[in-house]
Design a protein around this ligand. Structure first.
Ligand SMILES: Nc1ncnc2c1ncn2[C@@H]1O[C@H](COP(=O)(O)OP(=O)(O)OP(=O)(O)O)[C@@H](O)[C@H]1O
Ligand SMILES: [Mg+2]
Length: 264
């Protein structure tokens, strides 16, 4: 592996959609009072897994930023640390060094309660294997995070119905996950992730378990919704073809984030 220019580790190269963007830009000031343009900032993250005497240095100074309304694809070979980085960015795991800023707020050292609150209110997650609750209907799965965030059942139901209808599932509200197709399950998972209007959306191979046609349509939906809802979206995918539909691509090399030319 051949690490490239280190001062461009956030991967901000020109994109196909934003043709006016110059190929290299001066980094913004290191410290900002708020999230500024970047709802999600991951700064110099280190992560070491220890097993007995052995140490596995998975992330060694991984940094990235995602803008409002931007969708970034994280691609890379199996085991390079994509899920680890996503879990840390999503406050589901703690790093050994570095910081994660959610809307400008340093989140890694917050007490558990505050981290959970931030996660519930500002972050949405989508996984490869949807993780929907099997005994609950599609609608209930989308209602639940809203109720946990303090909405009334009625509000949660109304919003859930609207979201599911928008994702083409208006006639599947009462189906349980086991009664839905893979693509439908994943669309419910997207609706659930969007339920609390998160500022940041994190997705770990959300289409990895779907046939190519369904994967393409679910992925397209994700790209469209990110722009429409103005979310900062980071999506892990093995599929370069799909990744090219995003604003830009990044990868992990030797534990660091590197930009990838979208034409590659
Ligand atoms: N809890 C853990 N304990 C020890 N090692 C771990 C742990 N979690 C992950 N690893 C190791 O860290 C490395 C990175 O794992 P990670 O799941 O982030 O990879 P990935 O890029 O998401 O791979 P894939 O594309 O296969 O999903 C792997 O070598 C993995 O074996
Ligand atoms: Mg993974």
């Amino acid at each position: 592996m051949n690490p490239k220019t280190k001062n461009n580790a956030s991967g901000r190269t020109s994109t196909r959609k934003k043709k006016t963007t110059p190929p290299t830009r001066v980094q913004p000031p290191a410290k900002r009072a708020s999230g500024g343009r970047f709802p999600l900032k991951v700064e110099s993250i280190r992560k070491i897994f220890r097993q007995g005497d052995a140490e596995l240095h998975v992330l060694e100074g991984a940094s990235l930023e995602v803008q409002r309304g931007e969708i970034v694809a994280l691609v890379g070979e199996s085991g390079c640390g994509k899920s680890t980085l996503l879990q840390i960015a999503g406050l589901l795991d703690t790093p050994d060094g570095g910081e994660v800023r959610i809307l400008g707020e340093a989140a890694t050292k917050l007490p558990d309660r505050e981290r959970t609150k931030l996660r519930r209110e500002k972050l949405g997650f989508i996984y490869q294997f949807h993780h929907l609750l099997p005994d609950f209907s599609a609608l209930e799965n989308v209602m639940l995070p809203q109720i946990l965030a303090g909405k009334s059942r009625r509000e949660a139901r109304n919003h859930g119905e609207k979201l599911l209808a928008k994702l083409g599932l208006g006639d599947r509200l009462q189906h349980r996950p086991g009664q839905l197709s893979g693509g439908e399950q994943q669309r419910v998972a997207i609706a659930r992730a969007l339920a609390n209007q998160p500022a940041i959306l994190l997705a770990d191979e959300p289409t990895g378990n779907l046939d190519p046609g369904t994967a393409a349509s679910v992925f397209a939906m994700l790209v469209e919704l990110s722009a429409e809802h103005g979310m900062a979206t980071l999506v892990v995918t093995h599929n370069r073809e799909l990744a090219r539909a995003t604003d830009r691509m990044i990868t992990l090399e030797e534990g660091k984030v590197m930009p990838l030319d979208s034409s590659r």
